[in-house]
Design a protein around this ligand. Structure first.
Ligand SMILES: [Zn+2]
Length: 171
């Protein structure tokens, strides 16, 4: 018997989709699953992409209204207005879309993942959907990965005409 070629899945993912992928992807597991997660992290967003190309930063809010951005792994800086209370993370991030010469930085990148990673991310996204915890920023990732790029699984062309609550839809 010949050995089966490992199945691969290729997706074109934008910066926010790649970040959400890593955010949603299950993080607990055995040692080999940790190695897989590390490798996915390095593939979806290389260190160079994170720090030099996109310059992905976290944002903290100060009570005075100042927004302070800083690289992941760094301590939250003090407010430049010398406020005494430490600024607090607000969960948002920022990244560069144009380079120093004002040219557009490509957002999407083709990413190839194997069956294990595909299974895990699909499951995680399905669980969020089941729990009704999808949100607008997760929808494009859900479409690409779970629905394979299709917009609707129900066959309804105009979703605004859909009137039956989810729980009552026939499976
Ligand atoms: Zn301040």
């Amino acid at each position: 018997m010949s050995k089966k070629e490992p199945k691969v899945f290729i997706y074109s993912l934008g910066v926010i989709e790649r970040l959400l992928f890593l955010n949603v992807y299950p993080k607990k597991g055995d040692y080999s699953s940790q190695l897989l997660y590390e490798a996915l992290g390095a593939k979806l967003l290389t260190e160079e992409e994170r720090r030099d190309i996109y310059q992905i930063k976290q944002i903290a809010d100060c009570e005075c209204g100042e927004e302070i951005s800083f690289f992941e792994g760094e301590k939250i800086p003090d407010c430049p207005n010398k406020c005494l209370v430490k600024p607090k993370l607000n969960g948002r991030i920022s990244w560069r879309t144009t380079d120093d010469e004002g040219r557009q930085i490509p957002d999407e990148k083709e990413v190839t993942i194997g069956e294990m990673a595909h299974h895990n991310i699909t499951q995680a996204l399905r669980e969020l959907e089941e729990a009704e915890e999808l949100n607008p920023s997760l929808v494009s990732l859900y479409r690409k990965i779970v629905l394979n790029g299709t917009k609707l699984e129900s066959g309804v062309d105009d979703i605004t005409l859909m009137g039956i609550p989810k729980g009552k839809r026939e499976k």
